[in-house]
Design a protein around this ligand. Structure first.
Ligand code: CTP
Length: 402
C-alpha cells in the first residue's frame, strides 16, 4: 500500500485538503496528515484524524520515543503539501525544521508535491518566486496555482487547484520514474486554432488537445515548470501549469513567442490552421436572394514552428524544439518519407509522427508514433496511452537537454 503524507499549511484553502484526503483514502492509499500549528485555526485535528483514521501530530515534542520527525518522512512514498503557504515554501527552501511537517520534508527521500495557495501579491513576490525556483531545482514538484477567486472579493493567481486535479497530479508523480525535468521550463501548445470568417463562423480542425494536455501533465510530474498555450481545448486543464488560452493561429503565434523566452524545451502539439480567411467580415454573412454562395479567399498563416526554430538563433534557447506531424501516405511517398521531408523543412530537433490515414488519433485516448530526430534517430513508440507517448517524448527531450 502506498504511504502518502498529506501536509497541510495554514491557509484558508486548507479545507479543500479534506476532499483531497478523501480521494487518496478512497483510492486505497494510506494517508498520514501532518498539519502545521497555524493550519489548525482553519481545520481542526479531529477532522484529519477522523478522515485519515490515524492520529495527528503537529510538533516534534509529542511521542518523542517514536522519532516521528524522521520516521514519517523516511517511510513515505509521496509527500503532498496542500495548501503550501508562502511561509511553508520559504521554510522548505531554506531547510528550516521547526515542526513535524518541515522536519518530514527534510527527511523525505520520496517525491514531494507542493500545491501553493496564497494571495497573488505573495505568490508574485520575488522572495516566493526565488523559493519556488530553488525547490524546483531540487526536484520538488511545485504546482502553479490556479487563477480565480481568492479569499475575499479579489481574483488573481493564487488559488489552490481543485482537489481532483491535485490528486491526478500526485498520482502522475507516483508513476513518473524520476523528476528529470527538475529546474526546467517547458512550453507545450495544445488544441486546434480557429479562424473566424464572421462573428459566428470559423474554420477549425479536429485536434482535441488531449495529446498536448497529456504532455503537460507528464512534464509536471517530471518536475518541470510548464506553460501550456491551449487553442480551443474543452478538456479540464492539467493541474499546476501556467495556462494561456488562445483562439486563432495569430494568437497562438504571439503567445508562443512570449512563452518560449528562456524556456528549455518547446513542444508544438497544437494544430494551427494553415490558412485563414483573407478578410474578417464584421457582420454575419447573409444568404443572398439569388442563392449564390460567397467566395472565400484564404491566405496562408505563418508557420510558428519554423519561426521558433529561426528565432532561437545563436542564443540556443529553447535548446530542444519538438514538432508533430500528422501524415498520410500517398503516391508520392510513405508516411515516414513525408515526415523526413517535413523534419528537414521545419528545422526542429524532433518530429513526432502520427499516421492519420484512418483518422484514429483525433480525440482518442491512445496514440502510436515514430519519433524522428534531426540527428537521424528513429524511435518507434507502440500503440499506448497518450500519457505513455508523452513520457517517450520527454525521454527524448531529456536525453537532448542533458
Ligand atoms: N505548425 C506550426 N504553424 C503552422 C502549421 C503547423 O507551428 N502554421 C506546426 C504544428 O504544430 C506541428 C508541425 O508544425 O508541430 C507540423 O504540422 P503539420 O500540420 O503536419 O505541418 P504543415 O506545415 O501544415 O504541413 P502540411 O503541408 O503537411 O499540412
Amino acid at each position: 500500500m502506498t504511504e502518502i503524507v498529506l501536509g497541510v499549511a495554514g491557509g484558508i484553502a486548507s479545507y479543500k485538503a479534506a476532499e483531497l484526503l478523501r480521494l487518496f483514502t478512497e483510492s486505497g492509499h494510506s494517508v498520514r496528515v501532518v498539519p502545521t500549528e497555524s493550519s489548525l485555526h482553519f481545520v481542526g485535528a479531529a477532522t484529519w484524524e477522523a478522515l485519515s483514521g490515524k492520529p495527528v501530530q503537529v510538533g516534534v515534542f509529542e511521542h518523542v520515543d517514536e522519532v516521528a520527525h524522521v520516521r514519517i518522512g523516511k517511510s513515505a512514498d509521496l509527500v503532498v503539501v496542500a495548501p503550501a503557504t508562502a511561509n511553508l515554501l520559504a521554510k522548505a527552501a531554506h531547510g528550516l525544521a521547526d515542526d513535524l511537517l518541515t522536519t518530514t520534508l527534510l527527511t523525505a527521500t520520496c517525491p514531494v508535491v507542493l500545491a501553493p495557495a496564497m494571495h497573488t501579491e505573495m505568490w508574485e513576490n520575488a522572495a516566493t518566486q526565488a523559493n519556488v525556483a530553488t525547490l524546483r531545482e531540487r526536484g520538488y514538484v511545485v504546482l502553479e496555482p490556479d487563477v480565480g477567486r481568492l479569499t475575499g472579493v479579489d481574483t488573481g493567481k493564487g488559488r489552490l487547484p481543485a482537489p481532483a486535479a491535485i490528486f491526478a497530479a500526485a498520482l502522475n508523480v507516483l508513476q513518473a520514474r524520476e523528476q528529470d525535468l527538475a529546474g526546467r521550463h517547458v512550453v507545450v501548445s495544445a488544441g486546434g486554432t480557429r479562424e473566424f470568417l464572421d462573428p459566428v463562423r470559423f474554420l477549425g480542425n479536429r485536434s482535441s488537445g488531449r495529446q498536448g494536455f497529456a504532455l503537460a501533465e507528464a512534464a509536471v510530474a517530471r518536475g518541470a515548470r510548464v506553460t501550456v498555450v491551449a487553442a480551443n481545448v474543452t478538456l479540464p486543464p492539467p493541474a499546476g501549469v501556467d495556462l494561456v488560452e488562445v483562439v486563432s493561429t495569430e494568437d497562438l503565434r504571439r503567445q508562443m513567442h512570449a512563452a518560449v523566452v528562456g524556456a528549455d524545451a518547446v513542444v508544438m502539439a497544437a494544430a494551427p490552421a494553415d490558412f485563414r480567411p483573407a478578410a474578417f467580415v464584421d457582420a454575419k454573412i447573409k444568404k443572398t436572394a439569388d442563392g449564390v454562395a460567397p467566395d472565400i479567399r484564404l491566405v496562408e498563416n505563418p508557420d510558428i514552428l519554423v519561426e521558433l526554430v529561426t528565432a532561437r538563433g545563436d542564443a540556443g534557447k529553447p535548446a530542444v524544439i519538438v514538432g508533430f506531424a500528422a501524415e498520410t501516405g500517398d503516391e508520392n511517398g510513405t508516411v515516414l518519407d513525408h515526415a523526413r521531408t517535413k523534419l528537414a523543412r521545419k528545422g526542429c530537433d524532433l518530429l513526432v509522427v502520427n499516421d492519420v490515414s484512418a483518422g484514429q488519433v483525433f480525440g482518442s485516448d491512445d496514440n502510436e508514433a515514430v519519433l524522428l530526430g534531426a540527428d537521424g534517430t528513429e524511435t518507434r513508440v507502440p500503440l499506448g496511452s497518450k500519457t505513455a507517448l508523452s513520457h517517450s517524448i520527454w525521454d527524448a527531450v531529456v536525453h537532448r537537454l542533458d
